[in-house]
Design a binder for this molecule. Sequence first.
Ligand code: SF4
Ligand code: SF4
Length: 209
Amino acid sequence: MGLFAPIAGFGVTLKQMFRKRVTITYPKHKRVKPQRFHGRHVLNRYPDGMEKCIGCELCAGICPARCIYVRGKDNPADAPVSPGERYGFIYEINMLRCIFCAMCVEACPTEAITMTHLFEMSVSNRADAIYTRGELLMSPEGEVPHPQPASKLIDLDELRQADGWMRATASSGRAAYEGVRGWTPTAGAGHRPPERGQSEHPEGEEESD
Ligand code: SF4
Ligand code: SF4
């Protein structure tokens, strides 16, 4: 046995050398993420440019990590920012505390806050990890700023990949609307196909865009 032990050892080495690797050469290569991957947040707008956030603070109230800070303010009567009475004039998320649970997304009554596929958010000081309203809010064109825009390691297209989380329910939460295409676009993600088990158009209904 002792005589053959080194040979057996080399056998193990050789076997491992030809096995399929489970690792990838990140960041050169990146894995395709699941549709409902929870990455960094964005604050969305309606297609007409209005902000979806109404400053209700429900997201901050439900956040288990206590990392959201929102302050609502009355909309100016002559130039409203959101369709509601109020809008979120301060909005901050401390990404160092966030556990990416998406409870804020679930609590939001207007689909204002959603998550994207971008997870690359390294910073060199703690202050930069607090994402402000300016870094979270998408532009009317659907672009979202990111604190490290020039980094070659960051795939900013992932800011356009909204999590598919919302598609399981209607914005009103009525089960009868499950699978019905009635969503406003989030963060430039545009139209996404229905998920498994969902139908794009309920029986007997015609498509209307
Ligand atoms: S994902 Fe979870 S922890 Fe992060 S801000 Fe939302 S509710 Fe808070
Ligand atoms: S993101 Fe949604 S839940 Fe949070 S304050 Fe704005 S509207 Fe309310």
